[in-house]
Design a protein around this ligand. Sequence first.
Ligand SMILES: *Cc1c(COP(=O)(O)O)cnc(C)c1O
Length: 425
Amino acid sequence: MAKRKIETVCVQGGYTPGNGEPRQVPIYQSTTFKYDTSEDMGKLFDLEASGYFYSRLQNPTCDTVAQKICELEGGVAAMLTSSGQAANFYATFNIANAGDHIISSSTIYGGTFNLFAVTMKKMGIDFTFLSPDCSTEELEAAFRPNTKAVFGETIANPALTVLDIEKFADAAHKHGVPLIIDNTFATPVNCRPFEFGADIVTHSTTKYMDGHGAQVGGCIVDSGNFDWLAHAEKFPGMCTPDDSYHGIIYAEKFGKAGYITKATAQLMRDFGSTPSPQSAFILNLGLESLHVRMARHCENGLAVAKFLKDHPMVDWVSYPSLEGDKYYDLAEKYLPNGSCGVVSFGVKGGRKAAEAFMKKLGVFAIETHVADARSCCLHPASATHRQMNDDELMAAGVRPELVRLSCGLESADDLIADLKNALEA
Ligand SMILES: *Cc1c(COP(=O)(O)O)cnc(C)c1O
């Protein structure tokens, strides 16, 4: 089949019904699957045959939707998880053990920062956090013999920094480790990190992919480009026998699908962050219109950013696609069709003024959420990032007065009128 355009993949990817089969993706609401013989089932347990036996590991509805996201990103294998948190945990823990080290951009989602800096640290995995704007020398200096991956977000939530993916990919590859990119805010409609050298992409599908605030979910996609066997001493989990599956070597037996197979066979088996088939179905409804919605989110985001930039009550505005923004040039390179609907800005008067301003909003609702059809806003320093001290906040690119707006799909005129009214009240 000829390579289809992204719009077509959004609508039709992952599922091609046969003659007389349902047009819409069927929901396989079943925990288990029936087999004629114990031998048939044994082959599945030994990973000798592929098929379904228990929905904690794999489910046909979830796999169909994972396959669509895989095609959107241009990868070779993908899996859904029950949340974006689970996706980032599995993506890193799949290749790092106690005693290992990972380099991460410091401007990442607060939940991911906590996962890395607190929870995974307790598991014995050490993280170095670097500014996405660091020099190549600073990046080089962060690598250690036990470094196993580099991590960053295409567009950081909520700092809205744009990662120079090629710079990070080059450094990672020079040291024989993969680059993992959380592509939640850009979505594959606006950026496909594999085209710039990233090896693995993760998503919180809770955001634009679902787009309606209806399901929490995540996804991991593997480009298939990272050669694990060429760095076998660094990745024993991929390149030496797995005793829990009769000595299978993932990178040998499954080739380009080895990384996702390992994450499914070991991490989903043992941790069970499984999405429900219902949630996968809802996610797929969102994906069908992702390309149409992203264009509108970006149009509204840019209109709002332009309005704020010129308003006397506004100290600063951050929006990568706004001319003059610190990340405008990187956005032009990595996000030529637009970035996202999220705009951050500082109200004059600091933290207090930010809180007062938010009380006056009507169209924008106060929510711990971004990236859905309904516009919303958040004060991260008092919500998602409240565990951080002021130094950590600044390193994460979150100033205390920062207000994060998520521009939905309403009329830009109404969004601007709402902001104008609250700023002037
Ligand atoms: C929301 C978010 C996450 C976490 O995803 P959940 O689905 O809430 O678990 C991870 N990364 C980014 C960039 C996010 O915006």
